[in-house]
Design a protein. Structure first.
Length: 253
């Protein structure tokens, strides 16, 4: 088992990529705290993995709230004695509005979840990693939208900010053994599209061609879980500061 003895916290764990990451991590022997808002789904996920090799616990909370982000990390340490891996998977789309039509409300919503949430969990996890003294692994789920016209400017900017925080963290804490990597998914069959509500049609029409190409090559969330398994394992102990596209070739469109 590739994660035996490791403790992980996974955000956005109640559906889609996060759910598949949790399932694979527990199957590979990790002790996992699944962190998400929808407690009923976290309970159901626990039933799915109850016979797997590792251990499962959950923490219901909102990644945009400091008390919840810090609480999830504290709970993992209290429950399992340490933390080795943090996977920041929770995210939300914008509504594809071009910048001239972008609203303060959408900016604040998207940045609260896509930027502040990961920043807060990374800050808390790094404090724990430094106190433990044996390094750690952070995996941030970004998007090809940080490098490609795959969504609106607010979403793309939020994911680009996540990439920058990740590379900085990898550089600053290299000597302390804290690795930080990014996975940039392309089009995947998850619920994130529902988070945008009704799309801005001016923006949507601009992106329609590339969205249509990607829609014909949608990935299975298990592909992201597999990448997370590798980056969280000791097999990737010499990999840090990388932005890894897992996109079925979207970046070539």
């Amino acid at each position: 088992m590739r994660l035996e003895g490791k403790v992980a916290v996974v955000t956005g764990a109640s559906s889609g990529m996060g759910k598949e990451i949790v399932k694979l991590y527990v199957a590979e022997g990790a002790k996992v705290v699944a962190f998400a808002r929808r407690e009923e789904r976290l309970v159901a996920l626990g039933e799915e993995v109850k016979d797997y090799a590792g251990e499962y616990a959950y923490y219901a909370g909102d990644v945009s709230k400091r008390e919840d982000t810090e609480g999830a990390i504290d709970y993992a340490v209290e429950k399992f004695g340490k933390i080795d891996i943090l996977v920041n998977n929770a995210g939300v789309m914008d509504d594809m509005s071009p910048i001239a039509q972008a609203t303060d409300e959408k900016y604040e919503q998207v940045f609260a979840i896509n930027v502040y949430g990961p920043m807060a969990t990374m800050r808390k996890a790094c404090q724990v990693f430094l106190a433990q003294g044996n390094g750690g692994s952070i995996i941030n789920i970004s998007s090809v939208g940080s490098m490609h016209q795959a969504a609106g400017p607010i979403y793309g900017a939020s994911k680009a900010a996540l990439n920058a925080m990740s590379r900085n963290t990898a550089y600053v804490y290299e000597k302390e053994g804290i690795r930080c990597n990014v996975i940039a998914p392309g089009g995947f069959a998850t619920e994130i599209g529902t988070s945008m509500g009704r799309p801005n049609m001016d923006g949507y029409q601009k992106y329609a061609a590339v969205i249509g190409l990607a829609a014909n090559n949608q990935g299975d969330p298990k592909e992201i879980a597999n990448a997370c398994l590798f980056l969280g394992s000791d097999e990737a102990k010499f990999i840090s500061g990388v932005v890894l596209p897992v996109d079925g070739g979207w970046m070539s469109f």
